[in-house]
Design a protein around this ligand. Structure first.
Ligand SMILES: Nc1ncnc2c1ncn2[C@@H]1O[C@H](COP(=O)(O)OP(=O)(O)OP(=O)(O)O)[C@@H](O)[C@H]1O
Ligand SMILES: [Mg+2]
Length: 330
């Protein structure tokens, strides 16, 4: 992958929850890169920090609650240093987001049609009539029947699944350079899920959109992603092209994720032992050691230095084959 194809470069991103005198680290020095027209899948158990990471990229985390450090470079410009006004301009047009909870993303006082037309008129050169036409077309492409009628409804008159698709339709209609999709299909049935993933693949092909696709479902990630980053306890513990990750997972947590997924496993399914950790829980060394069946004493002194298995595959596990490095590569 060439340097000029890097669209979004996340470097040493740290996110801390500010509570009392000491902050609680939630996302820890992560490095991620989105390339032109490629999809990066971000996977991990509930509470590992996926949504917080995605919200931080759009600077949507409340600065009174969260403390951010590191770099968020969109085509070389550091989003961390941008004014609120510049960020508002970037959101929607250059970077769009599909959030995990569609209900909170809509203004209850305006219709679905107005959400569409206001967004398109603000961020593109479209006029009212054209924006409404695009809105109806996009809703139909999302498999929503009676799109004309839907444009006149208020959010509270729609189901969660419908709003999820409306939100995806609005985001895709902007053909943004970067699309951040946080569990976009989790609340939808498999037929609609398929339709939406096809739309995203189409968008990626047509406009060279770079997508960060967040999910806890490896099956969905495998369909859409070119590369996958595995997150555990706020760390990226493994990163590789999707086919490499599925064939040759190196981190015990990635292996456990694959073994727990019916589509990838012909043998008996294995549940991941133990419960997902809480952010306040103390631990020593490797963040996965307390649930890892291969853990030994050295793992408790471990400081998360990544190993490079091959130029595109890195893993944070001292037992993985590879060369140890001091900094993450992307
Ligand atoms: N507003 C908040 N105030 C306090 N803690 C929060 C807040 N939002 C998130 N957290 C905590 O930060 C951690 C990371 O949360 P995040 O929502 O990013 O997880 P996630 O990986 O997206 O999980 P899921 O798969 O359930 O969506 C969790 O422990 C969560 O409890
Ligand atoms: Mg989440």
């Amino acid at each position: 992958m060439k340097k000029k194809d890097i669209v979004l470069d996340i470097k040493k991103l740290n996110i801390e929850l500010q509570t009392g005198a000491n902050g609680i680290p939630v996302v820890k020095k992560i490095d991620l890169r989105l390339y032109l027209g490629k999809t990066l899948g971000l996977i991990g158990e509930s509470g590992c920090g996926k949504s917080v990471t995605s919200l931080s990229i759009l600077r949507l985390l409340d600065a009174k609650v969260w403390n951010l450090s590191g770099e968020l470079l969109l085509k070389g410009k550091n989003l961390m240093q941008m004014s609120h006004e510049d960020m508002r301009r970037i959101r929607g047009k250059e970077m769009a987001m599909i959030t995990q909870n569609p209900m909170i993303s809509f203004n209850p006082l305006i219709t679905i049609g107005k959400h569409f037309t206001e967004t398109l008129i603000t961020h593109t050169k479209m006029r009212q009539k054209e924006a409404a036409k695009v809105g109806i077309e996009m809703l139909q492409r999302m498999g929503l029947q009676n799109a004309h009628k839907l444009m006149d409804l208020y959010p509270f008159q729609c189901s969660g699944g419908m709003l999820q698709r409306v939100m995806i339709a609005i985001a895709l209609s902007m053909s943004p350079a970067v699309l951040i999709a946080d569990e976009p299909t989790t609340s939808l049935d498999v037929t609609i899920q398929h339709q939406i993933i096809c739309q995203m693949i189409d968008l990626k092909r047509k406009y060279d959109t770079s997508i960060l696709f967040i999910s806890h479902d490896l099956g969905v990630i495998a369909r859409i992603a070119d590369e996958v980053a595995v997150m555990y306890r706020g760390y990226i513990v493994e990163k590789a092209p999707v086919e490499v990750l599925l064939k040759n997972p190196q981190h015990p947590y990635t292996q456990a994720l694959i073994l727990s997924k019916p589509a990838f496993q012909k043998r008996r399914l294995e549940a991941i032992k133990g419960a997902p950790p809480r952010i306040t829980e103390k631990y020593q060394g490797c963040p996965f050691a307390d649930r890892c069946e291969y853990a030994h004493n050295r793992c408790l002194q471990y400081d998360m230095a990544p190993k490079i298995i091959d130029p595109l595959h890195q893993v944070c596990c001292i037992q993985a084959r590879g060369i140890e490095v001091n900094a993450c590569i992307s």
